[in-house]
Design a protein around this ligand. Sequence first.
Ligand SMILES: Nc1ncnc2c1ncn2[C@@H]1O[C@H](COP(=O)(O)OP(=O)(O)OP(=O)(O)O)[C@@H](O)[C@H]1O
Ligand SMILES: [Mg+2]
Length: 310
Amino acid sequence: MIRLEGITKRFPGSPRPAVDGIDLTVPEGTICAVIGPSGCGKSTTLRMVNQLIEPDAGRIWVADRDVTGIDPVVLRRGIGYVLQGVGLFPHRTVAQNVATVPGLLGWTRARTAARVDAMLDLVGLDPARDGPRRPDELSGGQRQRVGVARALAADPPVLLMDEPFGAVDPVARDRLQVEIGAILRSLRKTVMIVTHDLDEAMRLGDQVALMRDGRIVQTDAPARLLAHPADAFVAGFVGQDRTLRRLALIPAGTLASAGDAGGAPNVTPETSVRDALALLLASGGDHLAVRGDPPAILTLAAIRAEAARA
Ligand SMILES: Nc1ncnc2c1ncn2[C@@H]1O[C@H](COP(=O)(O)OP(=O)(O)OP(=O)(O)O)[C@@H](O)[C@H]1O
Ligand SMILES: [Mg+2]
């Protein structure tokens, strides 16, 4: 659905390319998280997909169309985007902000109004209360939600997001990640999301592309990236606690076995193994009950065996 082939960009006056021969495929309906240190070329890569920046070499396809041949204005109307540092229009209301692309596309007033209400509702805002407000009357997290609603308004199949939750506190960020991630998945959007928050990448991405100095060092599913870092740089980036991060991606149910847990504390099968482990350590026992029919048990030994698999 999004495909980059040999994409390169060198800014004038710079000794080396900001983006250096990138290949990346994001299948339809999946989320690709692009991650890496500051200045490694993440934003430049994203901006080339909707032609805010023109690549020097390589080709980019969006929905089987070579975007280099398309009028950038038309292209951008078909791609929703939330870009780093590009906020809402401050002098327009929340509703007017969300209505931006429908307006450009010439939708009728009634259709646009209905769509704006539906989008605000979708991202957890109240159309009646929040629609008439100005952006500066909202919290950071609410503004971020409006940005996502605006990006989704014309129902584009493709979404580009550059640090969309960058400006919010960790607690709000946590909730936004979960909620917006669920929305993007339920709508089956094809998404490239740039972040430098590893947990955010792991949580949102079907695949994670890790960049360094303009190149992609590794593209893999989150659990694979944590279990099998391609080199020392990747291992360093994903950190000493990569085993714990990986356990956070595994549901307790997948490691459970048949058995009687006695009076041990219980978790749902969907609870992450990391959370289950925390509960297990706090309880002082060596196993937990996993709710279900029939009930099962999760043992410390099973967690240890999984942790050792990497
Ligand atoms: N318009 C520009 N003109 C010249 N150099 C630029 C321009 N935009 C980016 N660069 C340079 O290209 C490199 C990559 O920048 P980019 O913004 O893509 O990094 P990034 O990975 O998004 O970083 P961050 O995490 O800090 O947002 C940097 O060295 C940056 O200084
Ligand atoms: Mg950036």
